[in-house]
Design a binder for this molecule. Structure first.
Ligand SMILES: C[S@@+](CC[C@H](N)C(=O)[O-])C[C@H]1O[C@@H](n2cnc3c(N)ncnc32)[C@H](O)[C@@H]1O
Length: 201
């Protein structure tokens, strides 16, 4: 390397050796470090999501972000469906869930368990996700592929937020919308953490 930091086409040796993916044990350690710093409880109400791959994907994301409870409301397909397992990959064993509840009963149960219930939906009064109040214990709600959240459910929730889109599409896939909203809820708490980033020596 010359004085200008130019390596003449060769890569400078990285201080910690070549960049590689973490091994599974290191990922577990990293997850544990973030878990220790994460205190807000998250839950989900999934209303009438009938695509098994979507439900499986929602379970995997929920497990990854430490969601405590999922209410499968309306006619949402349950994890017993083998197609759900193609994307859930067994993650349903990490999340407590209830099937076959009405949307109103799901909202009531979430409130009784101490959650503020926030629908993720495109409604006239919804606030953009990045401005939504997601502090404390939050239960997010997503709706079905065809009809979205039902009017009854939207009446029952405490607030509604939407994910701004800039492309010429009407909406996101429901599993993607759930993932974005869950990630944002966690990001808020993590961004406010004092001290070093968890998992860094
Ligand atoms: C495919 S969308 C529902 C379809 C939509 N209602 C329609 O008329 O085509 C399924 C669910 O994903 C969530 N969703 C998708 N895109 C969203 C966005 N941009 N903001 C908020 N929620 C969204 C909502 O929960 C919605 O009920």
């Amino acid at each position: 390397m010359n004085d200008h930091g130019d390596t003449g086409g060769r890569r400078a040796a990285r201080p910690g050796g070549p960049r590689r993916q973490l091994r599974p044990t290191d990922v577990k350690r990293l997850n544990r470090a973030w878990r220790r710093e994460t205190h807000g409880r998250l839950a989900l109400i999934v209303e009438s999501v009938t695509g098994p791959f979507n439900v499986g994907s929602i379970f995997r994301t929920a497990a990854a972000f430490g969601v405590d409870r999922i209410w499968l409301a309306g006619n949402t397909v349950g994890p017993a469906n083998p197609k759900v397992q193609k994307t859930a990959l067994g993650c349903d064993r990490f999340v407590r869930y209830e099937e076959g509840v009405t949307p109103r009963d799901a909202v009531r149960a979430a409130r009784e368990d101490g959650y503020r219930v926030v629908a993720v939906e495109l409604t006239g009064d919804a606030v953009p996700l990045h401005e939504a109040d997601l502090a404390g214990d939050v239960c997010l709600v997503v709706g079905g592929e065809d009809h979205g959240c039902s009017p009854a459910l939207l009446e029952a929730v405490d607030a509604v937020c939407y994910i701004p889109q800039t492309g010429r599409v009407g909406s996101l896939n429901v599993a993607v919308a759930a993932a974005i909203a869950l990630a944002e809820a966690r990001r808020r708490e993590w961004a406010a953490l004092p001290g070093p980033v968890p998992g860094r020596a």
